[in-house]
Design a protein around this ligand. Structure first.
Ligand SMILES: Nc1nc2c(c(=O)[nH]1)N[C@H]1C(S)=C(S)[C@@H](COP(=O)(O)OP(=O)(O)OC[C@H]3O[C@@H](n4cnc5c(=O)[nH]c(N)nc54)[C@H](O)[C@@H]3O)O[C@H]1N2
Ligand SMILES: Nc1nc2c(c(=O)[nH]1)N[C@H]1C(S)=C(S)[C@@H](COP(=O)(O)OP(=O)(O)OC[C@H]3O[C@@H](n4cnc5c(=O)[nH]c(N)nc54)[C@H](O)[C@@H]3O)O[C@H]1N2
Ligand SMILES: [Mo]
Length: 766
């Protein structure tokens, strides 16, 4: 019976593992999941592939000559296998050396990344606790997902997470909504994922519920596939990165046709009076009319006007995808979407208002009770040194350099030691050739991972970990309805350890093992995490079962809320009793605080600013690159496995391009192609389709970076091409979705991919 197989939880779903002779032979979708996916099965052939790291390793010349030796050779030299005693000594001594000589701020352990589901074996939490107890470290702030919004939206709504966690979802939209206007679409491929784990995938059913209730959809995106065909959405294939101009055109139409809700603006917002002269053109002589927007977005002006009227007539929810924030001036789209929704006067009403990224993850639009459960406690960082997460290359290049961030004037710390556990910077960061050059500068780089990612290959010390199938844990997410008792299905390779055990051994070498473990073993920690969660949940009226009951059954479903969630309903119902956490207590269409920062690239109200590169300033050969999230994996995870490989052509990522763009370049379907710009190059294989706007191409993320000597990625990682500058001085977020490239048919044979081979490894001497 499949239901007796051990349960395991991942960010892409819950599965039951069928095991024979200590091997996982199959992963079955969790019986509670109506819409399980194939992503999880990608691990089956990856567990013992050549990409598995089977013992601790040290880069040869670092081992021989010590920290600071030939950082430029990272990724090129052989590794030497060592044992765990030596690994713990080397790492512990190096942490102590850097801390004592340069101060703890010289250790960068921002370590951004998704790691694995499971509250205890969460790599970053383990590392942070260890380094906090060791004296502290330079951390990173915010995420690659939507850093610009994390900095911006608190100025506008008083909080970002509070509203992300209480998105008006499909249930409310089906009950009361009529129209969903989706900037960036409703990409159900992304709804496969939830950070921390998914019990039941809810996006498809939610969409169908809304559709059955007669809700209509508009997909504003360069990709038709960003909404499911069954939704029969109107597709407005605007130029990428012009969403703010479109929203302004919609707002202008509402205003001049007197379709906006002046009473709402008055009662619930502040600063409309400062924004209006910009909208009407009084300040700069340019009315942000539908005609003006049409020229920027390359859409018919009548389409924009008609959409504005339709939005005013119907109960409308505006969904702005997270991708909009990962572009130059990525602070603006959410701010403007809020302003537009406010003008419609439907914020806080069922099925209306604004949503940040319906289906960006399984939770966004799903029906769940927020549960703030316990995590492995990371202790307290004794120092306050940080960078905005995406400024990592700037930091490595420019120690002591000044920069601005959200009203602060900061300087970059001088980093000597970089440590990553549970993330892959050579997946997630932009302009990887530039990162690779900066990566040569620190004296030591340490990576914990279970497989030879592009980052692990570029480490001096590699500490191999287990996978979710090889350990017990407890999984749940703030925004999911399931608590899963994860059971170890198979043994890890003998040379791999849990992150906790790795840090415990290093802590023991450094003399603070007892502080690190808190005197508890894995079992006791799992109990502690669960019991603390149960206590907090109980206090807010949510009854979780006893630990013994949960571990017997394996899972628990948190009941859905009694009523459909409506974002900002309390504020709408009574703005005096329930003010927002902004200075005014209201929605800040104009923010004095932001205006006072004095940033040219982020003034006090939402504005359209041209991105640094876009189809509006493109050369004749330029195409806009969409490097969106991949459908068959999460980021770079399991790219080495069969499921991800099944989406590749000749082992490369498909490059989607329009028939006109293909014809103009003499490219046929299935041709290997080279993508390039002044920053770099990578390969792909042409997939010709009219489901993409002319002038735009799509190469999804996730292919492990595999540069040749000239820095060209043989495999197809779009971050070979993207630019690495911040969204603005306010958010300093990543700007991957603002990128122009050229594409040509590959001249010559396809080179071999090397990144799935083991790096060169020498057996231990003696
Ligand atoms: N061009 C472009 N770039 C992008 C984006 C884009 O849209 N376009 N999107 C960005 C976004 S939104 C994000 S969130 C980032 C994602 O970037 P990341 O989160 O860094 O990507 P992952 O591939 O999920 O990296 C997680 C790593 O953790 C490792 N890991 C898994 N389990 C464990 C464990 O138990 N212990 C340890 N030590 N390691 C483990 C995995 O093997 C993997 O190497 O990428 C960003 N980059
Ligand atoms: N299968 C899978 N699901 C995932 C992930 C994954 O790696 N794989 N990653 C997860 C993570 S970490 C995150 S942050 C979320 C990200 O969620 P999103 O940020 O929403 O993801 P993307 O796929 O980058 O973008 C969604 C769509 O936006 C469109 N788009 C891009 N730029 C623009 C623009 O300027 N204007 C308009 N109108 N549209 C634009 C693209 O066509 C793209 O398909 O996804 C999560 N879900
Ligand atoms: Mo993300």
């Amino acid at each position: 019976m499949a239901e007796d197989f051990p349960l395991t939880a991942t960010h892409w779903g819950t599965y039951r593992a069928e095991v024979r002779n200590n091997r996982v032979t199959a992963l079955h979708g969790f019986e509670q999941d109506p819409d399980p996916n194939e992503i999880g099965r990608g691990i089956l052939d990856a567990l013992d592939a050549p990409t598995r790291i089977t013992a601790p390793m040290v880069r040869e010349s670092w081992l021989r000559d010590g920290p600071g030796t030939r950082g430029d050779r990272r990724g090129q030299e052989a590794f030497v296998e060592i044992d765990w005693d030596q690994a713990a000594r080397l790492v512990g001594d190096e942490v102590a050396r850097v801390r004592d000589r340069f101060g703890p701020a010289a250790i960068y352990a921002g370590s951004y990344g998704w790691a694995s589901a499971g509250r205890f074996h969460h790599a970053q939490s383990q590392m942070k606790r260890f380094l906090n107890l060791a004296g502290g470290f330079t951390r990173s702030l915010y995420t690659y997902s939507f850093a610009a919004a994390e900095a911006m939206i608190p100025h506008v709504l008083g909080s970002y997470r509070d509203f992300l966690n209480t998105t008006t979802g499909w249930r409310s939209i089906a009950e009361a909504g009529e129209l969903v206007v989706a900037f960036g679409g409703i990409p159900i491929k992304n709804g496969q994922i939830e950070s921390g784990g998914v019990g039941a995938h809810a996006q498809r059913a939610g969409l169908r519920e809304a559709l059955a209730a007669g809700v209509q959809f508009v997909n504003i995106s360069p990709l038709r596939g960003d909404t499911e065909p069954e939704l029969k959405a109107d597709w407005l294939a605007a130029r990428p990165n012009t969403d703010v101009a479109i929203m302004l055109g919609l707002a202008h139409t509402l205003y001049v046709e007197n379709l906006h809700d002046a009473a709402f603006m008055d009662r619930y917002c502040t600063g409309f009076a400062q924004f209006l002269p910009y909208l009407t053109g009084q300040t700069d002589g340019i009315a942000k009319s539908a005609d003006w927007a049409a020229g920027i977005a390359d859409l018919p002006a009548d389409t924009i006007r008609a959409l504005a009227r339709r939005m005013a007539r119907k109960r409308t929810i505006i969904s702005a995808s997270w991708s909009l924030t990962r572009a130059h001036h990525g602070e603006q789209p959410f701010w403007m979407a809020i302003t537009l929704a406010a003008m419609l006067g439907q914020i806080g009403r069922p099925g209306g208002g604004v949503a940040f990224g319906l289906s960006a993850e399984n939770s966004i639009g799903a029906d769940y009770q927020v549960m703030q459960g316990a995590a492995f406690p990371t202790s307290v960082n004794p120092i306050d040194s940080y960078i905005p997460v995406a400024r990592v290359t700037d930091m490595l290049e420019n120690p002591g350099g000044a920069f601005q961030f959200d009203g602060h004037d900061l300087t970059y710390p001088d980093i000597r030691l970089v440590w990553w556990a549970g993330g892959n910077p050579f997946h997630h960061h932009q302009d990887l050739n530039r990162l690779a050059r900066a990566w040569a500068r620190p004296e030591t780089v340490i990576v914990n991972d279970w497989c030879w990612t592009a980052a692990a290959r570029r480490a001096d010390i590699v500490l191999p970990t287990t996978t979710h199938l090889e350990r017990n844990d407890i999984a749940f997410s703030t925004r999911d309805s399931y608590v899963i008792a994860m059971q170890k299905a198979v043994d890890a390779p003998p040379g791999a350890l849990n992150d906790h055990e790795i840090f415990r051994r290093i802590a023991a070498h450094m003399g603070f093992e007892a502080e690190f473990t808190g005197g508890m073993n894995e079992d006791e920690w799992l109990r502690w995490i669960y019991d603390s969660t149960r206590q907090t949940a109980g206090a807010s009226g949510l009854e979780l079962p006893e630990w013994s009951e949960l571990s017997d059954k394996g899972w628990f479903r948190i009941p859905p809320p009694a009523q459909a969630t409506v974002m900002m309903k309390p504020f709408r119902d009574d703005p005096v009793a329930n003010p927002l956490k902004t200075p005014s207590g209201k929605i800040e269409v104009f923010s004095q605080r932001v205006a006072d920062f004095g940033y040219d690239d982020c003034p006090g109200h939402p504005v359209w600013r041209e991105p640094y590169e876009w189809l509006g300033n493109a050369g004749a050969q330029d195409l806009h690159l969409m490097s969106n999230q991949p459908s068959k994996k999460l980021h770079s995870q399991l790219d080495q496995g069969a499921v991800s490989r099944s989406g590749k052509i000749m082992g490369r990522e498909p490059l989607m391009l329009h028939p006109d763009d293909a014809a103009a370049r003499g490219i046929s379907d299935g041709d290997p192609v080279r993508l390039f710009n002044a920053r770099g190059a990578c390969l792909g294989v042409a997939r010709i389709s009219d489901a993409i706007r002319p002038g735009v191409v799509r190469l999804s993320t996730g292919a492990w970076w595999d540069p040749d000597e000239a820095g060209m990625c043989r495999h197809g990682n779009p971050n070979a091409l993207t630019r690495d500058i911040g969204t603005s001085a306010l958010g300093q977020g990543p700007t991957a979705h603002t990128c122009l490239i050229e594409v040509e048919k590959l001249d010559g044979p396809l080179p071999e991919i090397t990144v799935f081979d083991r790096p060169q490894i020498r057996a231990r001497a003696g």
